[in-house]
Design a protein around this ligand. Structure first.
Ligand code: PLP
Length: 356
């Protein structure tokens, strides 16, 4: 039986991506070769890379606006370091919003490069909300934020308008909702949520902001070098890039980001309505900041834990336990999760109510 997979990432991908990926591993493009054994410089793979980069820009509505898409290695975590290396001037400063564990990871890396101003933090409240009402120092070289906090289940609904580059870690909600993506100068996202297998990171860069830090940047960490080499500065993650292309093609066929946003809203509405209605459960995040990708919730009475856990496992659900820093449960409802899976979880929550 195919499971209802609520994993936070790596996570569920569209079924057709699994099927086409499996075929490509055996016989890529009917070439008689596996995608795992072809050269990254072969005509067929260069075409994959080119289409993946173009499609990422197209799906975000950023065509013709000076953006370049890159597929890099090192995960989103390497971007925590590459962003300050490329953007923070010698003796400059950067501004960060501390909205969760990953944001604080980015802050830690920025501190290696210079003054790092934390404009606001919700750490004291275990990151249960998005900090608001902050001021960004006008002389910062850039502002960094995290659009969706995977662990805590909060999501930024608004972004500041600033006279400086805005950098956003969209690892866990890229391609899930319509935003004015042209507000951002760098967007980065590890593939392993809404895009593909772990192993590649999508970085969207507005080219005009580069080359201004005055720093000498090691080649492998230099966005300009990667742009020039069209994501082939070194051997790219061939298979994760291919599977990401398949997901982007699937999304385009579905109707793009606006179409999937509608489905994501329906899924989130279904689950949060039950969390709020069912007296056995409570949401972990502030209602106004709730994430449509990762819904965090708790049992009001921990005594029901074993019964609930047995029930959802019996219903074919996997990946539901919350992150250790929040506890309880986390239902990650990425683009590929069907609403039928959310209905199964809601039915189990209702069944628990009648049972205890
Ligand atoms: N940023 C966010 C919002 C994440 O959710 C994660 C991982 O879950 C990361 C960064 C780190 O990503 P990676 O493991 O690709 O370095």
């Amino acid at each position: 039986m195919k499971k209802h997979n609520y994993s936070a990432g790596p996570c569920i991908l569209p079924q057709e991506v699994f099927e086409k990926s499996a075929k490509a591993i055996l016989n890529f493009n009917d070439s008689g070769l596996s995608i795992l054994e072809i050269s990254h410089r072969s005509k067929d793979f260069v075409a994959v890379m080119d289409e993946a980069r173009d499609l990422a820009i197209e799906l975000l509505g950023l065509e013709g606006q000076g953006y370049k898409a890159l597929f890099l290695a090192g995960g989103a975590s390497l971007e925590f370091l590459m962003v300050p290396y490329n953007l923070m001037k010698e003796n400059g400063k950067a501004a960060y919003l501390d909205s969760g564990t990953w944001a604080s990871g980015a802050i830690k890396e920025a501190k290696f490069f210079g003054e790092t101003v934390v404009v606001a933090s919700s750490k004291e409240e275990n990151y249960n909300h998005i900090p608001k009402g902050y001021t960004v120092p006008a002389d910062a070289d850039y502002f960094h934020c995290t659009s969706n906090n995977t662990i805590f289940g909060t999501q930024m609904k608004e972004f500041p308008s600033l006279d400086m580059p805005i950098v956003c870690d969209m690892s866990s909600d890229i391609f899930s909702r319509v935003l004015d993506f042209s507000k951002f100068d760098i967007i980065y996202a590890g593939a392993q949520k809404n895009m593909g297998p772990a192993g590649t990171t999508l970085v969207i860069v507005k080219e005009e902001i580069l080359g201004k830090s005055g720093r000498t940047i090691p080649s492998i960490l230099d966005y300009e070098k990667h742009i020039k080499a069209e994501s082939m500065y070194n051997t790219p993650a061939v298979f994760p890039v291919y599977a990401s292309l398949l997901t982007l093609q699937w999304l385009k066929k579905l109707g793009g980001v606006a179409a999937v946003e509608k489905l994501n809203n329906e899924k989130a509405e279904l689950l949060y309505t039950e969390i709020d209605r069912n007296p056995l459960f409570k949401g972990a995040a502030a209602v106004e900041d709730r994430s449509n990708m990762n819904a965090t919730f708790l049992l009001n009475d921990a005594a029901h834990t074993d019964t609930f856990d047995t029930m959802w496992k019996a219903a074919g659900i996997s990946g539901l336990p919350g992150h250790r820093s929040v506890g309880g449960y986390r239902a990650s409802m990425y683009n590929a999760l069907p609403i039928e899976s959310v209905q199964v979880l809601v039915d189990v929550m209702k069944a628990l109510e009648t049972k205890v």
